[in-house]
Design a protein around this ligand. Sequence first.
Ligand code: FAD
Length: 450
Amino acid sequence: MSRQVSILGAGLVGSLLSVILKKKGHEVTLYERRPDMRTASGYAGRSINLAMSARGWKGLELAGLREDLEAIAIPMYGRQLHMPDGSQAYQSYSKNNEAIYSVSRGELNKRLMTLAEQNGVSIKFEHKCSNVDVANNKLNFSLPDGSTQAVQADLLFGADGAFSALRQSYTHMDKVNCSQNYLEYGYKELNIPAGKDGEMMMEKNALHIWPRGNYMMIALPNTDNTFTCTMFMPFEGPNSFEKLKTEAEVKAFFDEKFGDAVPLMPTLIEDFFTNPTSSLITTHIMPWHYKDKSALIGDAAHAIVPFYGQGMNAGFEDCTILSGLMDVHGEDWTTILNEYERKRKPNGDAVAALALQNFVEMRDKVGDTAFLERKKIEKELGKRYPDQFVSVYEMVSFSHTPYNTAIQCIQAQDSLLHAIMKEGDFFKNVEDGRFTAKLDTYITEYHNAV
Ligand code: FAD
């Protein structure tokens, strides 16, 4: 029996989920707080991009959107590091030349909404959910004219992002544990335009990083030959947003710290003072669902910091898993939602922890000689022992290995790499038969441990 499904939020995850549910024969209505970004002014012009990897592509495949989006996705095969002394270094992401992809968030969201409507999903814009009566599955909306509207839901999904109204309403129930933690860091988007002949001003197929210890800037390529830069730094303290209050302070700081980027950023000062400084949050909640009536998905279930480029990817994977459970359990929504929570909650927690850990790696470690060496060794191990060794980064970005499994490999990989690097020059050693025999033992021990 098909159900009448209401989804809060026509963002990336809500729109994708609506297509999946509709294709399975359910009636679906999306309720979105904002106006339609395809027609509303104010959304045009600003390009914000996201890194899409294997888990994201799989979700899009389910919706039949993969090919369409591949056409506008830019592969990034590695990190291009911009060091403080002006030198650059390149680290490829994978041993097999795999890439993560820069995709325009707005374009992706628009295409997902259009696909939803083409499949018969109804989208109600400018419907802001103020709260949900969870026990009775009743939604309360406020509308732009100041009026309110109550809607009785049959099956409800909260895909309404990090500050989800459904999540908030769950917290009023008995035995619900939840937390939200703001990072002491904020972020600001900046811009590198195309050159005077429309050309790209840096390497196109890389994610650019300026690692600077406790802060950093990154840049992802756009299809119009611009780059969107994101500056991450503490709100307060020595190198922080609070220290950058005047044009002179911003100019002096960027000239000193990002000397090679400044000539590429003619609108730096304007961008810096126009674009907001936004905060970053990690949320946890348990449970993720209520009986067979409602569930949280995407950022509403697990808002995470962006440093592994996995927030959207994890949300799309939620959709993939939910779709698989529907295939197995048919219309038994009590089992589907129980299983969804049982499978996804540990992975939501794991990806949140991975994202926080990767921040330290990106801003602080990527420039270290020892770290660069370790990455090279990891790739070599992956080539020599493809069935026994896959780096955690590759597991997260290029496989469908559960996040929870990937995070459990970190300690074992740290010990393995530490032991190997203690033996001296790895690449010289591997030419020696005695060392390769020892390496076989190390790897077998590692493989048995994970
Ligand atoms: P959202 O995209 O937040 O969508 C929620 C929707 O619900 C919105 O349309 C909103 O308007 C609507 N809504 C909210 N409240 C209500 C309400 N009360 N009533 C009705 N509608 C409502 N992820 C990656 O995978 N790769 C990346 O490279 C990456 N980079 C990032 C960089 C930054 C700086 C940030 C902040 C995040 C990044 N992410 C990345 C994370 C990614 O943006 C999110 O995980 C993703 O957008 C989550 O999708 P969602 O649909 O769950 O939530």
